[in-house]
Design a binder for this molecule. Structure first.
Ligand code: AMP
Length: 211
């Protein structure tokens, strides 16, 4: 598998799963959320406000960032893109120009209440991208707020609060969920129940991708 997409509601584990998959199979992990957070760190306050509100950032911004990134990689996982139909069609166009296509779309299915619980405890490593949860057994780091792998201090995202979560979930339902049917019609979508523990979900993903 050379190009993989993740479609998932907030907190379904797309960051965790794509980070692990990218390491095991040597795929570039492209998280549009992370790319945008880098822009925010450079001082883009307009972007910061948009992200903190929980709504999607403008398609033109994200498409420019992604196009630049895709030009530098071969085998990759897209984590957080596409988020709406317009982005999915733009991606198809970009790939067609390079004579490539999406090999598999992993749809991580999760109900709203479980997603909300996960959001409240989520923390991540700013250096290596690992994601942990301080409120769910088996998902916390070994030492509280320290990354198991690179020992950096973990951080909590400013948009991981209940109010923003509700907007993000509603945005997901109205903008992103229609992509499920879009990729189902193309025949390359795999649905995975992501209410299970992260290890089980990971094994299922590997099975559908590589067995
Ligand atoms: P994520 O880390 O994927 O949950 O993304 C965090 C936030 O970044 C989202 O709530 C959006 O505001 C923004 N974002 C990330 N990816 C996209 C995208 N493909 N299109 C528009 N906005 C995005």
């Amino acid at each position: 598998m050379k190009s993989i997409i993740f479609i998932a509601p907030p907190a379904a584990g797309k960051g965790t799963q794509s980070s692990r998959l990218s390491k095991e199979f040597n795929l570039e992990h492209i998280s549009t959320g992370d790319l945008l957070r880098e822009e925010v760190k450079k001082g883009n306050t307009e972007l910061k406000q948009m992200m903190e509100s929980g709504s999607l950032v403008n398609d033109d911004i994200i498409l420019t960032i992604l196009k630049n990134k895709l030009e530098t990689v071969n085998d990759y996982i897209l984590d957080g893109f596409p988020r709406n139909l317009n982005q999915a069609i733009a991606l198809d166009e970009m790939l067609k120009q390079n004579n490539t296509k999406i090999d598999a779309v992993i749809y991580l299915d999760l109900d709203k209440e479980t997603a909300k619980k996960r959001i409240v405890g989520r923390v991540s490593c700013p250096k290596c991208g690992n994601v942990y949860n301080t409120m769910i057994d088996g998902m916390n780091s070994k030492v509280n707020m320290i990354c198991d792998d690179c020992k950096s201090s973990l951080v909590k995202r400013s948009d991981d609060n209940e109010e923003t979560f509700n907007v993000r979930f509603d945005t997901y339902m109205s903008e992103t969920a229609p992509l499920i049917e879009y990729y189902q019609n193309k025949g390359n979508l795999y649905q995975i129940d992501s209410s299970k523990n992260p290890e089980e979900v990971y094994q299922e993903i590997k099975k559908v991708l590589y067995d």
